[in-house]
Ligand binder design. Structure first.
Ligand code: FES
Ligand code: FES
Length: 162
């Protein structure tokens, strides 16, 4: 492991298209690095042990639980958080669909669901309702009852794959 005299790791990681070079403690969780070191608080932390899905981000395009990874495991790789999906001026089509179909209430679970759904729709552009429910089965939402989330994902898939 590439550590400095203070036992810090010289981490190099690209987050939302920006390259960061930063010394971190090897025990730093990826979720804490994103939130506390980079200020990307859109990645939420609920259970902290891989159950709720709120902390999901994309690692080289694949969904991962950032509370189950150390930041050093992202060394040399690309991370996308919810902040990197779209902008206020130009939302990602999935964000737009969630907005229009009322796919959220408090929004705590939403970043994790969006970062779960992006690769899911890439791999399965025309999912059935059952497949959508299976895809988000690892994301806990306390508010919506899931129906509007499912509707939003269906709307996004219809629009993105006309
Ligand atoms: S905070 Fe990571 S899965 Fe719940
Ligand atoms: S919208 Fe509140 S937890 Fe899902």
């Amino acid at each position: 492991m590439k550590t400095t005299a203070q036992n810090l790791f010289d981490l190099s990681v690209t987050v939302n298209g920006t390259r960061y070079e930063q010394a971190v403690e090897p025990r730093t969780l990826l979720s804490d690095f994103l939130r506390h070191e980079l200020g990307l608080t859109g990645t939420h932390v609920g259970c902290e042990h891989g159950v709720c899905g709120a902390c999901t981000v994309l690692l080289n395009g694949e969904s991962v639980r950032s509370c189950l990874m150390f930041a050093v495991q992202a060394h040399g790789r690309e991370i996308t958080t919810v902040e990197g999906l779209g902008t206020i001026e130009k939302l990602h089509p999935i964000q737009e669909a969630f907005h229009e179909a009322h796919g959220l209430q408090c929004g705590f679970c939403t970043p994790g669901i969006l970062t779960t759904v992006v690769p899911f729709l890439e791999q399965n552009p025309h999912p059935s309702e059952e497949e959508i429910r299976e895809a988000i089965s690892g994301n806990v939402c306390r508010c919506t009852g899931y129906q509007h989330i499912v509707d939003a994902i269906k709307l996004a898939s219809d629009r993105m794959n006309k």
